[in-house]
Ligand binder design. Structure first.
Ligand code: SAM
Length: 342
């Protein structure tokens, strides 16, 4: 018994020493990176904030792309296409990302020095900080589940997400990506520059707070009789509630039997920034870049019921709802849902 205890103590001490050595090695690598990181940071901020504003491109879509780059290099989700895309994308700096995060990436790869960047929580244990990565995986799972049984895929507010390119290549299916024209123009331009094939994707420019995206989609060749997966990832929060409702009701009108609408909802406390000061700062930044968050659902009492009844008003029946952080003591803030026509 006493021997076991001392063995445990020895292993505890050796674990602590290993951890300390890893931290020291990481700091040494970080010191080498500092001068490059300063230049990289300036380059990154200039491209993400100044160039994207000048070009009228969605800043939030750029942020989501940046997270996919991070996930690739930290090993939580391989996504070579997003990396190739970032290299040619005028509103992001591959050099900036590497120089600011390179020390952590190298330390993780060389001697297993992991931080939160290199880990994602198990389902139900998501936190506010891990949502940017966990939501990407949640939508990947939905895509994986349905891609082979659908005839068409529609991504409203696709931004710079390359999920359709990753999952539908050589599947002989129609894919429609909708977003505001300047964002889509730069996406297509960057795909071309990066040599990424995308000829089976139809890009439909639309501002759905001013135009009917359903009409635009039909004009672009969408077939109402075909089974469709709608993937609306982190888009509705930028709309007024009535426009979010209208957009969902339009989707329902376009749904042939067997179609699925997948989307996410944020809580009102998240949207208002009440939930945490970090979320509030992020919301202020995105608002200043011209994309204020507007729509959230009151998740304070029963989040799944609140989402279910919202969907019902739009003519949808909820078939699945993943509530982030459900298994931990955290205020409900985010759900990913799958729904079908009522
Ligand atoms: C947070 S980004 C998400 C992009 C992508 N779904 C992803 O997960 O990477 C939100 C996207 O919604 C688009 N969006 C916001 N308001 C829009 C509107 N009124 N009409 C069309 N697209 C809009 C933005 O341009 C942006 O690409």
């Amino acid at each position: 018994m006493a021997k076991n205890k001392s063995q445990e103590e020895v292993s505890g001490i050796s674990h602590a020493i290993q951890k300390l050595i890893k931290i020291i090695l990481y700091i040494l690598i970080q010191i080498i990176f500092i001068p490059f990181a300063i230049i990289g940071l300036i380059d990154g901020i200039y491209k993400e904030m100044v160039i994207s504003k000048k070009k009228g491109v969605s800043f939030s879509a750029g942020q989501a792309l940046q997270y996919r780059w991070i996930m690739h290099y930290f090993g939580t989700r391989p996504d070579k296409l997003s990396v190739e895309f970032v290299k040619k994308f005028p509103c992001e700096s591959h050099f900036g990302l590497w120089t600011t995060m390179g020390a952590l990436i190298i330390s993780q790869r060389l001697f297993g020095f992991t931080t939160k960047m290199g880990r994602l929580p198990n389902p139900g244990k998501e936190t506010l900080g891990s949502t940017a990565g966990a939501r990407v995986l949640a939508f990947d799972k939905i895509m994986e589940k349905y891609v082979d049984e659908m005839d068409q895929i529609v991504l409203p507010g696709a931004g710079f997400d390359l999920i359709a390119l990753n999952f539908t290549k050589n599947k002989n299916m129609k894919v429609f990506e909708l977003d505001q024209s300047k964002t889509l123009d730069i996406k297509v331009e960057t795909l071309k520059k990066a040599g990424i094939k995308h000829d089976w994707i139809t890009f439909v420019p639309v501002d759905y707070s001013r135009e009917s995206w359903a009409v635009k989609l039909l004009e672009a060749g969408f077939d109402k009789t075909k089974k469709t997966l709608f993937l609306w990832e982190s888009g509705s929060l930028f709309l007024e509630e009535d426009i979010a409702k209208e957009s969902l009701s339009d989707m329902v009108d376009l749904c042939a039997d067997g179609s699925v609408v997948a989307q996410d909802f944020y809580s009102q406390a998240f949207i208002s920034g009440e939930i945490s000061s970090i979320v509030r700062r992020n919301s202020n930044l995105i608002g200043k870049m011209g994309e204020p968050w507007k729509f959230g659902i009151d998740m304070s009492s029963d989040p799944k019921e609140a989402v279910r009844s919202f969907l019902e008003v739009c003519g949808l029946k909820m078939v699945d709802c993943i509530q982030f952080g459900e298994k931990i003591d955290i205020e409900p803030f985010y759900c990913v849902v799958e729904a079908k026509k009522l």
